[in-house]
Ligand binder design. Sequence first.
Ligand code: NAD
Length: 256
Amino acid sequence: MLSNKTALVTGSTSGIGLGIAKALAQQGANIVLNGFGDVEGPKAEIAALGVKVEYHGADMSKPAEIEAMMAFAAERFGRVDILVNNAGIQHVAKVEDFPVEKWDAILAINLSSAFHATRLALPAMRAANWGRVINVASVHGLVGSAEKSAYVAAKHGVVGLTKVTALETAPTGVTCNAICPGWVLTPLVQKQVDAKAAAQGISNEDATRLLLGEKEPSMQFTTPEELGALAVFFCSPAGNNVRGVAWNMDGGWVAQ
Ligand code: NAD
């Protein structure tokens, strides 16, 4: 379905981003990976799906590096047809204790990077009259949780950016939507499970049950594969007129 299309997924060396990149590659899209840590493993996983794969190591907190990444993708593949703004970090602390540099980093990586990548991707999408911008927000783009001020502020911002981008592109073949996962067991969440286990002196399994029990009536993690399937739907012809939604996949978290 997506052969001859190119998808750039930020923060795709791990977790949800890698899951979405794989799902798009399974539909035939060439992939530009981005993120830190192991690169060769994710590159090999995508290449094994029979598509072309490139990597750019832009730090998503730096606008100049985002510009270099978008120019690199255009140079290698002609243009970016599908942009998935996924890179994100977390830090947990009360507002009055929140380190200022962590606030700035979360706003830059989780929110401003989506603005920069989107503004740079849109002209070519408009020219082709086809494009997909998919923003990985969170249930925290829809509701709050204590001790996550920067993350919740950034993710609400991403949902707002999604709506405005969708409105501005509404008369065109370009769409913009957000995915709002609940808990997904990636390194970002494993750190929170480990912290809970250490703080309460309980096992990892008990900490996992507590974490899910606080928020997710299903008591199940959403998987990167399920989120990838939603991204594929947004890219399908059935998604042509889906514009500006913030679709939660969260085991009932925000239904409460
Ligand atoms: P993860 O830690 O597994 O992956 C994060 C990715 O972002 C990695 O590839 C990492 O290298 C990359 N990254 C981090 N800082 C970067 C930077 N400055 N520049 C470039 N890349 C950078 O986390 P994840 O859980 O897969 O999170 C992916 C997205 O999903 C994030 O936006 C996160 O907020 C969102 N999300 C996660 C969950 C969850 O439960 N895991 C729930 C809702 C939303």
